[in-house]
Design a protein around this ligand. Structure first.
Ligand SMILES: Cc1cc2nc3c(=O)[nH]c(=O)nc-3n(C[C@H](O)[C@H](O)[C@H](O)COP(=O)(O)O)c2cc1C
Length: 223
């Protein structure tokens, strides 16, 4: 499905692919260095940084994975855990607000929605508004060569339609759900900056991006 989806893009656009768990073989250790000291202090920065930089530069982000035990495979979740620092509640990047993403999944026969939701939730919280999804149950076999030509043609048709929808790579407008999350996060960080003695990286990130006002002086003057 992934190869077929990317076929029309090949030769026309640069495609950067990462394979899990090879390109990010570590679980988050819960050290919280990313939150308190900076994401460059993550013990797995050597794996995470190149992937995150590729995501920031990408016009289209594609996640492709099989359904394992009705959910996303652990290797995908391990990657997502490392991106939590870029959620809107922490330090989102403005590039994410206009991006498009695609989630491609397959199972033998189980519904795919719950497995897609793991990635969808993360991408939404990272600020991506437009996420297209395609999930397929192979049905006739466990591996691709076991499928009949008819079944393969049906899957190709669905994948091709999705590819066509994504071809223009246009920037997306921020949708209402993401706007709402972001507005709440702005309020939270403005209040955080005003009330705490020591400014947290997350609050400063919001301040430096011009998303919130610095009310610390006003607060000090009132006392
Ligand atoms: C550990 C494991 C768990 C799986 N769990 C499910 C499942 O819950 N439901 C399902 O329909 N298929 C399940 N599968 C089958 C995969 O979704 C299937 O291998 C996939 O469709 C084929 O993709 P692949 O060729 O990329 O491995 C599981 C496979 C593995 C290895």
């Amino acid at each position: 499905m992934k190869e077929r989806f990317l076929e029309p893009f090949r030769g026309m656009h640069e495609i950067i692919e990462y394979v899990l768990p090879k390109d990010m073989p570590e679980f988050c250790l819960g050290c919280k260095n990313c939150f308190f000291r900076g994401e460059d202090k993550c013990p797995h920065a050597v794996f995470i940084e190149p992937i995150w930089n590729s995501i920031l530069e990408a016009d289209l982000i594609v996640f492709a994975y099989p359904v394992y035990a009705l959910r996303a495979p652990g290797s995908v979740k391990a990657l997502l855990d490392h991106f939590c620092v870029h959620w809107m509640v922490h330090r989102p990047e403005k590039e994410m607000f206009s991006k498009n993403a695609v989630i491609l999944t397959n199972s033998v026969g189980a519904p795919n929605a719950a497995a897609q939701k793991d990635v969808m939730t993360s991408l939404n919280w990272m600020g991506i508004s437009r996420i297209r999804r395609l999930g397929i149950g192979l049905m006739e076999g466990v591996i691709w060569p076991e499928l009949s030509e008819k079944r393969k043609a049906f899957i190709y048709k669905k994948v091709d339609a999705l590819s066509r929808q994504c071809m223009n790579l246009k920037k997306e407008r921020m949708r209402i759900k993401v706007k709402l999350y972001f507005a709440l996060c702005k309020k939270m960080h403005e209040a955080g900056l005003k009330s705490s003695k020591e400014a947290f990286l997350d609050d400063l990130h919001y301040l430096n991006n011009g998303w919130i006002k610095d009310r610390r002086k006003q607060n000090a003057a009132n006392h």
